[in-house]
Design a binder for this molecule. Structure first.
Ligand code: ADP
Ligand code: MG
Length: 749
């Protein structure tokens, strides 16, 4: 059986690591696909279950210096293993911090010595005395030894792995640069007297080893700290889970761990309590703050029969509710899963950066040796070594590898906090390029809670009789209209006749058998199919006012006409204007009557409307829009709009209740309306802008840095980049990229 899984990976230090891991895991038998991400430090594998055990996958990467974190047996469904991983990360970060303090102290000492000698060389300050000079002369090799072998150990390991397995990453470059600097200096020190006639033995590179390791370690630390912040969305979501639940057992309130809550348990919620799982209110009423899950700012009123979401916060009322979804099935658990998956996914825009990173290290090695050889051939030994080390140190694909994933992580997390759930990075990228937004009417532009208005009967049936029959038919339908009818019947206390056969007629209505007779209910198109005459002129007045007609009929005669109306959302008009201001072409496609559709479209400012469409017509409309070169996003309810949603470049599901099938669409908007769609577009565009800025800076940095460090400008302008500055620049570039991604967190949607 084919399966896929995502594992956190330890020991990833740069983008090239992702390529190394992918290569090693893809080589395993039975592995279909492996994608590693440096941004999330994770590996996603698709594999044949029988052929590759989890152990095998971790063996494949272990010799290369990485560790897969295999899932521990889950303590409880829905409970993620993340918190313990978080603690480990914290500990790693603390250890790294201590390293930085030591490394920077060493760097500071060597910089003071360097500065002193330099200033003295210019006659600015007195030179250190003989004894002090001799002391420095012995101190520097010691400091460099500690810096390289204690603090720089990961880089030496990187060098070893390169020699042993041919796998080169950024550690390899730094390891090679610093150890060459160290070895050269060591040889000078060891054979000072013998080498004096040939080389400038005073010019050693101990300080380079120390300072480069200092800055690179600092850069790594700042980067890791910032990266931890880009991924904190999941932790925040996990933090929403209530640890315990108060349940009713034999009339007694008992507090149990949330993992033990079972479907059907009745849970007691008091003022200010957090809801542990999803369910339906049994008794009592209250207002619930759902902002943390859906981004909806106003507390939502709940009473018996209403759905409630785990992780949300009760305000002042108290009530009981019956658990309908627990553990991994709750909305919160699925949001967490979706966010984790999306954060680890790759945006297409990253492909180029990945390609470059994967060949970057070998190319840089070649360039470094070329610079070394050229300067040696020209007879500049000192310049040769400076260039060699400089190129190795500055040319790390780190910033390149961080550019896309850090931005994606921040944005996916930010989206989730605002009730915008993104399936993967590719969807976000596509949304940023959308030119046409196709919206449906019900729920997107209107409240999605239609109400029954006037009823007109034609045959010798009373209003209540007709309503009872229609409600019986609609009791099995998912359509919002059905909800309006059944609610109206319930409110009037009607007893519904038994329904024996039921079928829905796509895009038109429903039919069923009641007391041996077949009834049909639906729109004008359905009546036309039956050959029953509908007086269009007579209903024009109502449809023009935005009401939807529902006809009830048998095969032979029309029984009654029900008018249903759904209020237009107050925010819809402004949101449509916003979309249009963003350069979007807004189109409405609906199965509703043309008059009704036109009314709603006019009210919100949409010019292009197609009404009376069957699901397959909607699909065809999307296709033809795409053929004219439009990139189309479509909103829909995901039930009968599924084919059109799949055809659209970006399918957007509007979730109103808790029955959210959040993995059907590319983007799911919780408490979705068109105003939130505007936010989603902003999110997508801001993300792509951020990524492009990141990529630009990362490329420019390497494009300028490498030739400068190689000494290409030396003959022309006399410019060279000392390895010390190369180390600084390198550290700065990664930090700059991650900070730019973090900035996305605070931009307005
Ligand atoms: P839309 O969601 O755009 O209205 P649908 O395909 O869901 O498109 O429905 C098309 C039309 O069919 C509705 O506008 C309504 O008139 C009719 N219809 C669908 N389902 C029902 C139902 N259960 N009861 C009555 N009418 C229905
Ligand atoms: Mg529909």
């Amino acid at each position: 059986m084919e399966n896929s899984a995502t594992y956190p990976v330890k020991g990833m230090h740069c983008a090239a690591c992702a390529a190394i891991i992918e290569k090693a895991v893809r080589k395993l038998d039975g592995v279909r696909e492996a994608t590693a991400s440096y941004g999330t430090e994770s590996l996603r594998v698709t594999f044949e279950e029988a052929l590759v055990s989890p152990e095998k996958r971790s063996w494949a990467v272990a010799p290369l210096g990485y560790k897969l974190v295999l899932p521990k047996p889950r303590p409880a469904p829905g409970q993620s293993a993340a918190p313990s991983l978080k603690d480990e990360k914290q500990a790693e970060l603390a250890a790294l911090k201590n390293k930085v303090i030591v490394a920077l102290s060493l760097a500071a000492i060597s910089m003071v010595i360097m500065g002193w000698e330099m200033a003295a060389g210019f006659g600015l300050i007195p030179a250190p005395g003989m004894i002090l000079k001799e002391f420095f002369h012995h101190l520097l090799p010691l400091l460099a030894t500690y810096a390289l072998f204690a603090i720089g150990l990961p880089y030496l390991k990187g060098l070893y792995r390169f020699l042993r397995y041919g796998a080169a990453n950024m550690d390899t470059l730094i390891g090679l640069g610093t150890s060459v600097a160290y070895l050269y200096s060591f040889v000078l020190t060891a054979f000072e007297d013998q080498l004096r006639p040939y080389l400038n033995v005073e010019h050693n590179y101990y300080d380079v080893t120390i300072v480069v390791i200092g800055f690179i370690t600092l850069g790594k630390y700042l980067e890791a700290r910032a990266k931890a912040k880009t991924g904190d969305a999941i932790e925040k979501l996990l933090g929403l889970q209530a640890p315990t639940a108060l349940i009713l057992r034999d009339g007694q309130e008992v507090e149990i761990p949330v993992e033990q809550v079972a479907i059907g348990d009745v849970i007691v919620i008091k003022p200010g309590m957090k809801l542990p799982v999803d369910g339906v209110v049994v008794d009592g009423h209250s207002y619930i703050d759902e902002a943390m899950v859906s981004g909806e700012a106003m507390p939502v009123a709940k009473q018996a029969g209403d759905k409630v979401i785990g992780g949300t916060l009760n305000t002042t009322g108290s009530f009981t509710f019956r658990a309908t979804k627990v553990g991994a099935d709750t909305l919160l658990a699925s949001i967490i899963r979706m966010v984790a998956d999306a954060q680890g996914s790759k945006a297409p825009i990253q492909a180029l950066a990945d390609k470059i990173s994967s060949v970057f290290v070998p190319v840089v090695l070649v360039l470094a040796f070329a610079a070394l050889g050229t300067w040696l051939a020209l007879g500049h030994e000192a310049q040769a070594l400076t260039a060699f080390i400089g190129v190795l140190v500055i040319a790390c694909p780190c910033a390149l590898g961080l550019a896309t994933p850090t931005a994606i992580m921040v944005s996916v997390g930010k989206g989730a906090r605002n009730g915008i759930l993104v399936k993967d990075a590719a969807t976000l990228e596509k949304l940023s390029r959308v030119t046409t937004v196709v919206v449906d009417k019900t729920g997107t532009l209107t409240e999605g809670k239609p109400e029954l208005g006037e009823v007109k009967t034609f045959a010798a049936t009373s209003r209540d009789q007709a309503l009872a029959i229609l409600a019986a038919l609609e009791s099995r339908s998912e359509h919002p209209i059905a909800h309006a009818i059944t609610t109206a019947a319930r409110k009037q206390g009607l007893t519904l006749p038994a329904l024996s056969v039921f079928d829905s007629i796509k895009g038109k209505g429903v039919k069923g058998v009641i007391e041996g007779r077949e009834y049909l209910a639906g729109n004008i198109a359905l009546m036309n199919d039956l050959g029953l005459p509908v007086d269009l002129a007579a209903i024009e007045h109502e449809t023009a006012a935005g009401k939807t007609p529902v006809f009830l009929a048998t095969q032979k005669e029309l029984i009654a006409l029900f008018w249903v109306s759904d209020a237009i959302k107050p925010a819809a008009k402004a949101a449509v204007a916003d979309l249009q201001a963003l350069g979007m072409n807004v189109v409405m496609l609906t199965g509703d009557a043309p008059g009704t559709a036109r009314h709603v479209a006019d009210a919100v400012g949409i010019k292009t409307v197609k009404a009376g469409l069957l699901p397959q017509d909607k699909l065809a409309e999307i296709k033809s829009l795409q053929q004219t070169g439009q990139s189309v996003a479509m909103t829909g309810d995901g039930v009968n709009d599924a084919p059109a949603l799949a055809q659209a470049d970006v399918g957007i599901a509007m979730a109103t209740g808790t029955d959210v099938a959040i993995d059907t669409a590319g983007i799911t908007l919780l408490h979705g309306d068109i105003a939130k769609l505007v936010k989603a577009v902003h999110l997508a565009r801001q993300t792509m802008t951020g990524i492009k800025q990141n990529l630009f800076w990362a490329f420019i940095f390497n494009l300028v840095g490498i030739p400068l460090a190689a000494g290409a400008l030396q003959p022309l302008l006399g410019w060279t980049l000392s390895p010390v500055f190369a180390g600084m620049a390198m550290a700065f570039s990664s930090v700059a990229v991650v900070s730019n991604s973090l900035r996305l967190k605070y931009s307005r949607l």
